[in-house]
Write a protein that binds this ligand. Structure first.
Ligand code: HEM
Length: 207
């Protein structure tokens, strides 16, 4: 895909990523957020955090399946930043609408409620990823260290999925779909590392 087409596509993808927020705002103005508006906002922002995280993690394996899809890498940072954007909205909902900015209650919740602790772990990883997403950070940290740090995306996604499992009632299996997607992505990554390790060993033997 040419550079011009990628730039043009970015102008479509960027507003498209804002659609879930636009729908929430529309529902807010038309009083159609349902019987529990806070729950609707929390669920929507939580799900979109997870979806953007999984989509951004899928970019590399999909790109490896076909050279013709190499251009997808140009969208990874944007998709990852949208995961952080929705995570910020999700966290803000909790800080504002659930906890009413009560720092004491929030600290208590983080320590006492495992699903909140897991959510905070995921959010912290996303924060570190967003804070180091600039070209300046790559230069400062060096490619190798930056790549290592950005594996936190897998920790964030795993924490997000566990957080989801710990929210649903016992016996409810709705998080299974995102769990399967994450497992496939982790497996693809593990296979790739194994393949790389074998080819490095081969090079060392023949050298
Ligand atoms: C990687 C970060 C996170 C992801 C992917 C995530 C994902 C989700 C998802 C998918 C839900 C909806 C579950 C459902 O409807 O059954 C949810 C709900 C929720 N999340 Fe998160 N979350 C994250 C971080 C956080 C953080 C940092 C907090 C607060 C400190 C938080 C607090 C909540 C709360 C209070 C709910 C609603 C629980 C309920 O329905 O009783 N989440 N989250």
């Amino acid at each position: 895909m040419s550079n011009r087409s990628i730039v043009a596509l970015k102008f479509v993808v960027f507003p498209a990523c804002l659609i879930p927020l636009a729908v929430l705002v529309y529902q807010g103005f038309t009083n159609s957020l349902g019987p529990d508006p806070v729950a609707t906002i929390t669920h929507t922002t939580g799900f979109w955090t997870l979806y953007f995280l999984l989509i951004s993690l899928a970019v590399t394996p999909v790109r490896r399946l076909s050279r013709r899809l190499a251009w997808l890498i140009r969208f990874r940072r944007m998709l990852g930043l949208f995961a952080f954007f929705y995570a910020m909205l999700h966290l803000t909902t909790w800080v504002w609408l659930y906890s009413n900015f009560d720092v004491h209650e929030m600290v208590h919740d983080i320590g006492k409620r495992p699903f909140i602790t897991m959510g905070m772990l995921g959010w912290t990883c996303l924060f570190l990823l967003a804070a180091t997403s600039t070209t300046w950070s790559i230069r400062k940290l060096g490619g190798k260290r930056w790549t290592m740090l950005h594996r936190l995306a897998y920790v964030a996604a795993t924490a997000g999925v566990i957080h989801y499992w710990w929210i649903v009632k016992t016996g409810v299996r709705t998080p299974w779909k995102v769990t399967v997607v994450l497992a496939v992505l982790l497996l693809a990554r593990a296979l790739w590392w194994a393949k790389e390790a074998v080819s490095k060993k081969k090079v060392a033997v023949t050298a």
